[in-house]
Design a binder for this molecule. Sequence first.
Ligand code: PXP
Length: 248
Amino acid sequence: MPSPPLRLGVNIDHVATVRNARAGHHPDPIRAALAAVEAGADGITAHLREDRRHIRDADVEALMRVLSVPLNFEMAATDEMVAIALRLRPHAACLVPEKREERTTEGGLDIVGTRAHLAPRIGALSEAGIRVSLFVEPEEAVMDMARRLEAPVVELHTGRYCEAVAEGDAAGTARELARIARAAEYGAGLGLEVHAGHGLALDSVAPVARLPQIAELNIGHALIGEAIFVGLARAVADMRAAMAAART
Ligand code: PXP
C-alpha cells in the first residue's frame, strides 16, 4: 500500500492556557492557529475540556469561522461535547479520555470497556459528517475494536514512547516504538486511517514520522514551548522539516 503523505496538526491549547493566566485576550489562540497555518500546519487541534481550563467555547466557534484548514476538535465523549460538535460541525472529532485531576490526557481511551457508551455517540457524529478519531493505546485488540465501532480514524497515544526517549531509556524507546509500529501496520491493514500524537518533540518525532502507515501527527506542547525561543512560525517549520526528512 503506498504511504500516505504525512500531515502536521498543531495543537493550540497551551496558547489558551497562557491567555487564561490573566484576564484578557493575549496571547490569542486564534492568531496562533492562523500563524501555524501560515507556517505550514495542515490542520489545527483544540481540546474543549469540560472545565474549560484552556480552550473556551468561543475559541472553537472562532476557529470554525476563520480556519482554512481542517479543525480537529478534541473532546470527551460526553453528551455536552457531542451536542457542541453537532452544532459546530468541525472536520474531525477526536474522542479522548478526560479526568479533571489530570494535567494532560494521560492515556488512550478505553474503547473496549466503554464501547456501549461510545457506539451511539460515534454514530451521531459520523452521521453529521464529522470524521471520528479515537485516541487510543497502540494495541492490536484496540484497533479491532475501533474497526468494530466504525470509527474511520485512530490516533495512537505516543506518550509512553516519548517518556522513554526523554528518560534516555533505549530499551523502553525501542519497545514502545515497536508497539506503535505494530499497531499502525495492523490498524492500517484493517482500513483505519492512523494518526499519532502526545509528547512528540524534535528529538522523538523522526522514528514515528518514518512509519509509513501514519497519516497525521498532532503536536502541541513541544511546538508552543519552542515558540518561546524561536517563534511559532520557525517552530512549526522546523517540525515539518524533521517530519519530511524522516519520511524521505
Ligand atoms: N493528540 C491528542 C489526542 C492529545 O490529547 C494531545 C494533548 O492535548 C496531543 C495530541 C498533543 O500532545 P502534546 O501537547 O504533548 O504534543
